[in-house]
Design a protein around this ligand. Structure first.
Ligand SMILES: [Zn+2]
Length: 516
């Protein structure tokens, strides 16, 4: 057997990580790396198998010489007798340790070697941190005089949703190929990114992948809508942002660009993916696309249509590029259909940078007021159970935002199904609610039978209070608390909180109806 003395190789490799020339992320793994390397033992590198690099040691049977050689010699240097090579091969990890440079033509000084050594990042699993990562570092320092990579990202281990390791005997294995077939590659990839919280295992379930699939569908549908709105359009660059949602979406987009960049650069993939998900779905789709439809469909002509299309194009193109690392296929497909996209593939297009000239916090604030007012009116409608088909009237009292809200009154009416908005007081009984100092009144008796609604609320209230009392009793019962499983107790507590929330909602609904 042949052994390799490791201590002289390990010392520079420990030093390299200590000095930060190689960074291991998450940092906890650096500690484990040090522990291994400081207690390193000599390595048995010979194996008695068929495959592998043969040990470069030659024996002369005539004079007994043992030679370690770089060239394959046939004759003994000392006596000229025939040489016989050792039959053992190197441990496969020995050959793998040479991988960062042996694949690039080493020991020749090739162009590839000069260009790609050292590389920037190695992504791998913790189980080969020592077998492979540490040994590549040692060999790289020894033979190239330089570390093989600047950063090592140790990715998470995928477990089932309860945190159990997946195994065939447990039957909890989620087969990636089956999932990809069922939900799509992008959905699966996005879900994994979304669940990749640094330093924690990924708890995967089919339900989560379903969520990824829903998002992939959302992106696709929003893309199709966007493409239809951009028909016969050729981008010239954003000019005016006079329409508030245009200014708002471009400004918000810059925060997302920054967040996604930070997330990816800092290996916080979950944050980057979640920020994108939230923005794409709940700001771009839920609000921006809804706001621009009346204009682009020609139902409003107060604002410049082409200016809005420029903003839509800029925003959507930027979002596609941000999403691309997480959803490569859908984004490429949509990119190919965009007008004047620039590059032949989204893959080689430049990644978005934050553009300070688009940031406008005042406009963001104004848009927030508008969104809040719309949400609140929708909320009142829902709580009072006013039929969605019925157009209603609202009264708005606001010391500061009357100009803003009347400028965008069309949209408030459109999104809340209103027949009229009147600024000022409503004298008699009305349901009211407040957001950001804006008071909203709905003359409810025109739309619902208040007496009947109050009776319903009373009944609901009594039932809720009974349930609360019963749960309260249970949670104070010492024998239940001692015997019940902690999971059951947790569920009961949650139920209790939900009921309390329901009670306070009913209470405020009652006050609203009484005009208090
Ligand atoms: Zn010899």
């Amino acid at each position: 057997q042949w052994f390799l003395r490791m201590k002289p190789l390990a010392e520079p490799a420990i030093e390299a990580v200590r000095q930060g020339r190689v960074k291991i992320i998450p940092k906890v793994w650096e500690q484990i790396y040090f522990e291994w390397m400081e207690n390193i033992r000599d390595w048995c590198i010979s194996r008695q198998i068929w495959w592998g690099h043969r040990i470069p040691v030659f024996y002369c049977d005539s004079c007994g010489a043992v030679l370690a050689l770089r060239q394959d010699l046939k004759e003994c240097k000392a006596c000229g007798g025939p040489l016989r090579q050792d039959e053992d091969v190197l441990d496969t990890w020995f050959s793998s340790a040479l991988w960062p440079f042996s694949t690039l033509g080493w020991p020749e000084q090739t162009d590839l070697l000069r260009k790609f050594y050292p590389t920037s990042l190695l992504v791998t699993g913790f189980d080969i941190l020592f077998f492979w990562v540490a040994r590549m570092t040692m060999m790289g320092l020894k033979f190239m005089g330089e570390v093989p990579f600047r950063e090592v990202y140790i990715h998470a281990l995928v477990r089932d949703e309860k945190g159990k390791k997946m195994s065939k005997s447990r039957g909890n294995v989620i087969d990636p190929l089956r999932m990809i077939e069922r939900y799509g590659t992008d959905a699966f990839r996005f879900t994994l990114a979304q669940l990749s919280v640094q330093g924690r295992d990924i708890l995967l379930s089919e339900r989560r992948i379903e969520g990824g699939r829903n998002f992939a569908n959302k992106v696709w549908n929003a893309g199709r809508l966007t493409l239809s709105l951009l028909e016969d359009f050729s981008p010239k660059g954003v000019t005016s942002r006079e329409f508030l949602p245009d200014a708002w979406v471009l400004s918000r987009l810059q925060s997302i660009v920054e967040a996604v960049r930070d997330g990816i650069e800092g290996f916080r993939f979950s944050e980057a993916a979640s920020d994108l998900y939230q923005f794409f779905w709940h700001e771009f789709c839920d609000w921006y696309l809804e706001f621009i439809k009346p204009n682009l469909y020609g139902r409003v002509d107060r604002w410049d249509r082409e200016a809005t299309r420029e903003v839509l194009y800029e925003t959507f193109l930027t979002l596609l590029k941000l999403l691309h690392p997480f959803m490569p296929f859908i984004t490429e497909e949509l990119y190919q259909r965009l007008p004047a996209k620039g590059e032949e593939s989204i893959m080689v297009s430049s990644f978005p940078k934050r553009r300070a000239e688009y940031v406008d916090l005042d406009k963001e604030e104004s848009m927030q007021v508008l969104k809040d007012v719309i949400s609140l009116i929708r909320n009142i409608r829902g709580e009072l159970r006013i039929s969605p088909q019925m157009a209603i009237q609202v009264f708005i009292r606001t010391p500061t935002f009357e100009h803003l809200l009347s400028e965008y009154a069309f949209y408030i009416k459109e999104f809340c199904r209103l027949e009229a908005i009147t600024f000022g007081d409503w004298g008699t009984k009305a349901a009211s609610a407040t957001t950001r100092g804006v008071e909203i009144f709905v003359p409810v008796e025109r739309y619902i039978d208040i007496e009947r609604e109050l009776m319903r609320i009373e009944k609901e209230m009594r039932r809720t209070e009974e349930l609360i009392a019963r749960l309260d009793c249970l949670l104070r019962n010492p024998s239940f608390m001692e015997r019940a499983e902690s999971q059951v107790i947790e569920e009961k507590r949650l139920e209790f909180l939900e009921l309390e929330e329901k009670r306070s909602k009913l209470l405020s609904l009652k006050r609203m109806l009484l005009g208090e």
